[in-house]
Ligand binder design. Structure first.
Ligand code: DQA
Length: 138
């Protein structure tokens, strides 16, 4: 099973960024733990602050991987291009968010990703990624 986690803008700052919302663990630390716990999964991780690079990564992995776990961060709420990329590839995508976007500003209630995704997991902190990963294993 080959799964990639793709993180969007500002998620490189996890651990330092708004810790009351996003916690104080770096993504790399969380990812290393996840990899140790799911040894049988070929798990990789990519982060970019650039919309086009996220689209390129979806194209690159979207015909060879079994699943994409995508936290498009702020682009979730704005990007027709990322939504179209998900539609264009074969690999199923699970949309994730660390925070519960529905408890936040109304503009975060809109997703251009969700209509093209297998499902959405939001609000479980970094555990949202593990829940998304498990969804590919059931
Ligand atoms: C986020 C929620 C988005 O609204 C926000 O722009 C992010 C992170 C989350 O994981 O909770 O950058 O995707």
């Amino acid at each position: 099973m080959k799964i990639i986690i793709i993180n969007g803008p500002n998620l490189n700052l996890l651990g330092k960024r708004e810790p009351t919302v996003y916690g104080n663990k770096t993504f790399q630390d969380y990812f290393n733990q996840l990899k140790d716990r799911f040894e049988d999964v070929e798990l990789s991780y990519y982060q970019s602050n650039i919309e086009g690079e996220i689209i390129d990564k979806i194209h690159e992995t979207g015909f060879s991987h079994d699943g994409i776990i995508l936290n498009a961060a702020a682009y979730t709420h704005t990007s027709v291009g990322i939504g179209d990329a998900i539609k264009a590839v074969e690999t199923p995508v699970v949309e994730v968010h660390i925070s519960n976007v529905y408890q936040r500003e109304p503009y975060r209630h809109v997703s251009f990703i969700a209509p093209h995704s297998k499902g959405v997991i939001t609000g479980f902190g970094l555990q949202s990624y593990e829940l998304a990963l498990r969804s590919f294993l059931i």
